[in-house]
Design a protein. Sequence first.
Length: 238
Amino acid sequence: MGALKRLTKQAWFHRLMCGLIAGYIRFVRYTSRWDVTGTEDRDRLMAEGQPYIIALWHNRIGMMPYAYAEKSHQLCVVASGHRDGRIVIDAMGRFGFEGIPVDSKDGAKATRAIVKRLKAGGHVGFTPDGPRGPRLVVKEGMIVIASLAKVPIIPVSYAMKRRKVLGTWDRFQLPLPFNRGICRWGAAIELPPRADEATREEYRRRIEGILNDMTDACDREMGHDPVPRAGSDGGVGA
């Protein structure tokens, strides 16, 4: 185990892992059929040059590069600054996306960096239940940032007919190649600027409900049971 841990810290191993992840995502994408709907607000804001936040659950980041827009390189991905988060950021970098590593011990610094990026015109991708849960629960940080930066939040989710559900905290959805998938975008949600605590909680619950409803609908359309919420009973499934 110690030798494996040392191996994962090697720069060449890190590059290899990122390359394999990016290659697998491309392979799944181009051997699968996709149905994408609900992009009207996303496309309008993009055409207007308006920044926004994309919100999707942590267990759906597998196809994140294509849940966004294939030919755009303006998206910044927010992820943990630790080893696993760096792999996500660097793998997404293979698709032209930038990364914003965040340190959970310095939330104020991370918030300033993300708000600055949004105010400069960039789009930011959030997994509001990451990096460690609770699963399918929106944390307040994304809401605070959207209010401070005065940008809308656009929820998005997807599901694939054939997938492997891993036994991780988030029930990660590993998409399989030669597949069929659906991707559903929601309407842009505008938050009041400098929203007070009660208003932030109202929007947090609203966005959490929308994301869960979208994700459950995607799963059902692909013939799967919805992923159980954090703390609820239910097996991992496949």
